[in-house]
Ligand binder design. Structure first.
Ligand code: UDP
Length: 327
């Protein structure tokens, strides 16, 4: 079996990627420091606890498993925290990634799949974002990820590292079999917060800003089902295995939904009201982030199958009801 080193494999997206990799015949080896991940989400391959900034530990894990490729999910990802604690983001997301990339090159592991973000684009009014849109991040989260993209390009030129960079839009939903799902502490993402509010696990959802220049005044995002997102990663890995060169892909569906549309759909799926109130804008938020690219579809053969708003919320609700949240 081919080993793939999955950093952040104990986290939301990484755990789904491990399931998809195993289903595709790979052995996912999770490398995670468990700061934001959960060891009991590591169900599909071996687990190695370690930090991205611990080079000796990384070298040990590369030597033990001789992975054919790295899928690098491990990162801090809260925009609000990035605004108040930018140093954490530069040290962990950029410094940690540089350390990992150097360890991979030293081990001769030259295929690298990286989780980047549409937050690298920043605000571009009324423009759908494709991979050539200028990257002008508004916050340290986006900036820390863009820097890693630059590192990957430089290491490609200097050391022959081949990378597939995925710029995610908003990831939502859960494994339809509910073996893994979304569970952040603290939770900051819209869909789980809406479901928490419906389930009475928090008092009410606060809508961050109702004065945006959108039809209903709330922010618009392009939501992608986590299973579709990780399917693209397996295709990206195979793209590299097949000898293709480095490439950047947006992962969004091109459909944007406002905060209020997400709430309305959650009410329709669950049959329950979302308790909510309105608050000021959240620092660092853009009005609208929607992908205008079909490169992943045309070049990778990616087919997002579960990314309707209804299916994403239904799958997230099924996971929510497993009681994982009660821990
Ligand atoms: N949002 C909100 N209330 C919340 C959390 C999020 O109104 O309690 C909004 C947020 O302003 C953004 C959208 O929901 O417009 C998606 O936010 P999320 O944090 O899920 O993802 P982001 O777009 O920041 O990556």
């Amino acid at each position: 079996m081919t080993n793939i080193l999955v950093t952040g494999g104990a986290g939301y997206i990484g755990s789904h990627a491990c399931k998809a990799l195993k289903a595709a015949g790979y052995t996912p080896v999770t490398y995670d420091n468990l700061v934001t991940g959960w060891q009991d989400a590591v169900k599909f391959g071996p687990f190695e606890k370690g930090d991205l900034n611990d080079r000796a530990r990384l070298d040990e894990v590369f030597a033990k498993y001789q992975p054919a490729a790295v899928m690098h999910f491990a990162a801090l990802s809260q925009v609000g925290e990035a605004m108040s604690e930018p140093g954490l983001y530069w040290a962990n997301n950029t410094g940690g990634s540089l350390n990992l990339i150097e360890a991979a090159v030293a081990a001769g592991c030259l295929d690298f799949v990286f989780s980047s973000t549409c937050a690298t684009y920043g605000e571009h009014d009324n423009v759908v974002l494709d991979e050539n849109t200028p990257q002008l991040p508004l916050n340290a989260y986006g900036a820390s990820k863009r820097a890693v993209e630059d590192i990957l390009k430089d290491f490609g030129a200097a050391h022959g590292l081949r990378s597939v960079i995925f710029r995610y839009f908003n990831v939502a939903g859960a494994d339809p079999e509910a073996e893994v799902g979304e569970f952040h502490r603290p939770e900051t993402h819209l869909v789980p917060l809406v479901l928490d509010a419906i389930a009475g696990k928090r008092d009410a959802l606060t809508i961050f800003g109702t004065d945006y220049d959108t039809p209903d005044g709330t922010c618009i995002r392009d939501y992608v089902h986590v299973c579709d997102l990780v399917d693209a990663h397996v295709l990206g890995l195979q793209w590299l295995e097949n000898g293709n060169g480095s490439q950047v892909f947006n992962l969004g569906t091109g459909s944007g939904f406002s905060v209020r549309e997400v709430m309305d759909k959650a009410e329709a799926v669950t049959g329950q009201k979302v308790p909510c109130n309105t608050g000021p804008r959240r620092a660092g938020d853009c009005t609208k982030l929607v992908s205008g690219s079909t490169r992943a579809v045309t070049d990778l053969g990616w087919e997002p199958r579960r990314s309707s708003l209804e299916t994403m919320i239904a799958d997230a609700w099924k996971w929510h009801k497993t009681g994982y949240y009660e821990r």
